[in-house]
Design a protein around this ligand. Structure first.
Ligand code: FAD
Length: 331
């Protein structure tokens, strides 16, 4: 079959690799200029900032095995940063006993490895889908071209996108659209700070209590990251939701203040930039592993499927969901 995968995050790339290994002809469409989705590294003059996902854990046997393989080939490594919880400037050691992994040299590098050998079309946003007999045609838009082009025909289509971004493409699959509406992905305002000198904080990452910020991490403490003093700060889901449409400058001010309050450091940054993630983590994932309609040959996967795991959707969910969809297609 010729299969189109929409989205080159970890779920789409995992599904694409499996399908290609099964002998299918796979084409991946990605709207951004790079692969990896929310496993993202923002490059700046000071060095990279992993401003989306921070690290991943592996709880299922299948993901532990895959992570072990990635580790053996040097794509990821364990992050043994000193972690703490912060309350009113007081830090307490926290989060010990869990193995955390990071791609090296940056979060986005895992996706780049996974994309190797796949036909990935970057800067191609899929804006519509139509059925032509038993096949699919996609409407694809490039930022630089004013009109959309038609791609296909494809024998099957996989949507590997956050639920809210999949819904507009599911007009011909109303039952899937209805299911997708039940998943909830929380937003996250992210602040990236760069300093000329070290802040001399005794931790590399911290969960922040009673603050606009929920998590801060010294990006430069991660293995193979460029030296320096760069921090990534994530606002809580509740604060991000409340301030979703705020002016970025105002958000920067508020989150910078929260950073100084949380850490007790008053050193001023030489670099401060915010990024708004409309969809960060799936706080209410669906119970299933993925969705597949064999008659229509249409599938959906992503981190908003629980795939048997507890808690919010994360990288492990995305991987397992992509894998589950490839299995369903093979069956
Ligand atoms: C701030 C933040 C912090 C996080 N922290 C962690 C963490 O510490 N640990 C953890 O495990 N997880 C974390 N996550 C979640 C983790 O990043 C995601 O669970 C995982 O990366 C999702 O992968 P995915 O493939 O399902 O989706 P995505 O990575 O979102 O991939 C979807 C891709 O589809 C593309 N796309 C969207 N619409 C279209 C379209 N119409 N046409 C073409 N392409 C399209 C997007 O550009 C994107 O590349 C975090 C996420 C964020 C944002």
């Amino acid at each position: 079959m010729h299969i189109a995968i929409v989205g080159a995050g970890i779920s789409g790339l995992t599904c694409a690799r499996q399908l290609q290994a099964q002998g299918h002809h796979v084409t991946v469409y990605e709207k951004s200029h790079g692969v990896s989705g929310r496993m993202s590294t923002r490059q700046t003059e000071l060095g990279g900032f992993d401003h989306g996902a921070q690290y991943f854990t592996a709880t299922s046997e299948r993901f532990r095995k895959e992570s072990g393989d990635w580790r053996k080939v040097g794509w990821i490594t364990q992050w043994e940063g000193k972690l703490a919880s912060l309350d009113g400037g007081v830090s307490k050691a926290a989060g010990n006993g869990t193995k955390r992994f990071v791609p090296v040299p940056g979060m986005s590098s895992l996706g780049k490895h996974l994309a190797h050998g796949l036909d990935v079309r970057l800067e191609q946003q899929v804006i519509g889908m139509e059925q032509a007999g038993k096949q699919w045609l996609l409407s694809v838009k490039a930022e630089t071209v004013p009109v959309s082009a038609t791609a296909g025909p494809f024998d099957a289509v996989v949507l590997a996108l956050p639920a809210d971004q999949a819904i507009p493409l599911l007009q011909l699959a109303p039952a899937f659209a209805k299911q997708a509406q039940k998943a909830r992905l929380a937003p996250c305002w992210t602040l990236m700070l760069g300093f000329q000198s070290t802040l001399e904080l005794e931790y590399d990452g911290a969960w922040v209590n009673h603050s606009r910020l929920g998590w801060i991490a010294r990006d430069t403490a991660k293995p193979s990251h460029r030296a320096g003093e760069r921090w990534v700060c994530h606002a809580t889901a509740a604060w991000s939701l409340k301030h979703l449409e705020d002016d970025p400058e105002r958000v920067k001010e508020k989150l910078s203040k929260a950073f100084h309050e949380a850490t007790g450091s008053h050193i001023q940054p030489i670099h401060a930039v915010v990024h708004r993630w409309r969809y960060s983590q799936a706080v209410e994932p669906l119970a299933e592993d993925c969705m597949w309609n064999a008659k229509q040959r249409l599938g959906v996967c992503g981190d908003w499927f629980a795939v048997g795991l507890e808690g919010s959707g994360r990288i492990e969910n995305a991987f397992l969901s992509g894998l589950a969809l490839a299995k369903a297609i093979a069956a």
